[in-house]
Design a protein. Structure first.
Length: 380
C-alpha cells in the first residue's frame, strides 16, 4: 500500500467473502460504497464469484477464491500486491486491514455463549471444529493494535467482548449502531390486505421471527414459547421469514416463508416480533420490526436491547432459553394487541425509536471514521 495516501480520490477496497440477495451486511456495504463514490472515491469489492457485478456500485469486483477463510485471506493479499489500495474496509476476519466492522461480533464470545446451550459432546466437537479454530486464529490477529487501525463496533456488548477477549485498545474502537433505510422502503402496508395476501385469518395472533442462523437467533426458544401459548389460544401462530433447516423446527403452530426480499407486507401482517437470540450483535430485522410499529421480544444478549426500553418497545428477557419468561412476555403483548389505543401508542413509540437509527445516519458516522483513518494514514 502507498505510504502516504491522499484524503480524496482514493481507491478503497471492501472485503466481503459471501453474498446474500437479502443480507443486511450487503445492503450496508453497498450503501457505504455509494456514499464514498459520491465523494469521488473508487470503490472495489474483493468478493467471491457469488457476487453479481450489477449488484455492486460501479460494478468493480476483484474475484477471490473463498472456499475457506484461509484461502480468501491469501487471495485478498495477492490482489493487494498488484492493486494500489489506499484504504481497506473489512467485515471478514482478514488481518492487516485499516478498518474492521464487527458485523458478526467476536467469535470467541459466540462460542462461549453457544457452549452454555450445548451438550458435553457438542461442546467438544465445537472445540475441535477446524472452521472455528481457523476463525479464532485470524480473529486474534485482527484484534492486535498494530494490525487494525480502527474497529467499528455495532453494540456496547461487542465492544466489551473485544476488550475482554483480546485487549484491543478502546480508543481505537468506534461505536456505530446499525441503521435501516428510512423512506419509501418503510411506507406502511395495509394490515388486512397483507394478511389476505398471506392467507392469514384476520383474528389470528401472529408472532414473527426473521433471519437466518436460527440456532444463534433462538428459533427453538421462540417456537417453544409460542407452542406453550397456543395450547390455551389456538389463534396464536409463529411466522418464520428466512432460510434454515425447517425439518428441525416442524410444528403445527409454525409456518415457514423462506427468504423474503420485500418484508413490508410480512411486518404489516404480524402483531409482534420475537428475537430471543443467544448471540446477536445488532439485529437489522428487529430495527425494521420496530420501524413498522411492532413491539420486539428479545434477549439481553442481543445488541438491539441496548437501545430499547423494556415495557415500552417490547420486552427484554435475561435468559433466552427461559421459556416461561418468554411465553409470559408474549402473552402480555398479545393481550395488549387487543387494545387498539394501547397498540397505537406502542406503534408510535417503536417507530420513533427506530427513526433514530437510520442507514443515512450510520453512513455519515462511518464515513467520518474513515476520513479520520485516512488522515491518520496520510500523517504516518
Amino acid at each position: 500500500m502507498p505510504s502516504s495516501p491522499k484524503t480524496s480520490d482514493l481507491t478503497i477496497a471492501f472485503l466481503r467473502r459471501g453474498y446474500s440477495s437479502t443480507g443486511g451486511v450487503e445492503v450496508y456495504l453497498k450503501g457505504l460504497a455509494t456514499g464514498l463514490r459520491e465523494k469521488g472515491h473508487r470503490v472495489v469489492l474483493l468478493g467471491t464469484h457469488s457476487w453479481p457485478s450489477e449488484d455492486w456500485p460501479g460494478g468493480e469486483i476483484l474475484r477471490c477464491r473463498g472456499r475457506s477463510l484461509r484461502e480468501y485471506v491469501r487471495e485478498v493479499w495477492r490482489h493487494n500486491e498488484s492493486c494500489p489500495f489506499d484504504l481497506i474496509i473489512s467485515v471478514e476476519k482478514v488481518p492487516g486491514c485499516d478498518v474492521y466492522r464487527t458485523d458478526e461480533g467476536v467469535h470467541a464470545a459466540w462460542m462461549r455463549e453457544r457452549s452454555i446451550y450445548l451438550t458435553f459432546w457438542d461442546r467438544w466437537f465445537q472445540f475441535l471444529n477446524p472452521k472455528h479454530r481457523e476463525k479464532l486464529q485470524y480473529e486474534e490477529k485482527i484484534f492486535r493494535a498494530n494490525s487494525t487501525r480502527r474497529v467499528i463496533s455495532i453494540s456496547n456488548k461487542i465492544t466489551k467482548d473485544i476488550i475482554s477477549y483480546y485487549g484491543y485498545p478502546e480508543k481505537q474502537i468506534s461505536l456505530i449502531y446499525n441503521g435501516i433505510p428510512w423512506g419509501s422502503s418503510l411506507l406502511p402496508v395495509d394490515r388486512s390486505k397483507a394478511r389476505r395476501s398471506l392467507d392469514i385469518p384476520q383474528n389470528d395472533k401472529i408472532v414473527l421471527f426473521v433471519g437466518t442462523g436460527w440456532e444463534r437467533k433462538g428459533l427453538r426458544y421462540a417456537l417453544s414459547a409460542v407452542e406453550m401459548l397456543a395450547v390455551r389460544d389456538s389463534r396464536i401462530r409463529l411466522l418464520v421469514a428466512g432460510k434454515g433447516n425447517e425439518r428441525r423446527y416442524r410444528s403445527p403452530v409454525v409456518r415457514f416463508l423462506g427468504p423474503v426480499t420485500d418484508m413490508r407486507g410480512i411486518y404489516a401482517a404480524a402483531d409482534l416480533l420475537i428475537a430471543p437470540a443467544i448471540f446477536e450483535p445488532f439485529s437489522l430485522a428487529a430495527l425494521e420490526g420496530l420501524a413498522s410499529g411492532l413491539p420486539v421480544i428479545t434477549s439481553s444478549l442481543a445488541g438491539v436491547s441496548e437501545v430499547m426500553i423494556s415495557g415500552l418497545h417490547g420486552e427484554v428477557i435475561g435468559d433466552p432459553s427461559d421459556i416461561s419468561a418468554l411465553s409470559s412476555a408474549l402473552a402480555k403483548w398479545i393481550q395488549r394487541s387487543d387494545d387498539p389505543i394501547k397498540m397505537s401508542e406502542t406503534a408510535a413509540a417503536c417507530s420513533h425509536l427506530a427513526s433514530q437509527f437510520t442507514l443515512e445516519r450510520n453512513l455519515r458516522e462511518t464515513i467520518s471514521v474513515l476520513e479520520e483513518v485516512m488522515a491518520e494514514k496520510s500523517k504516518s
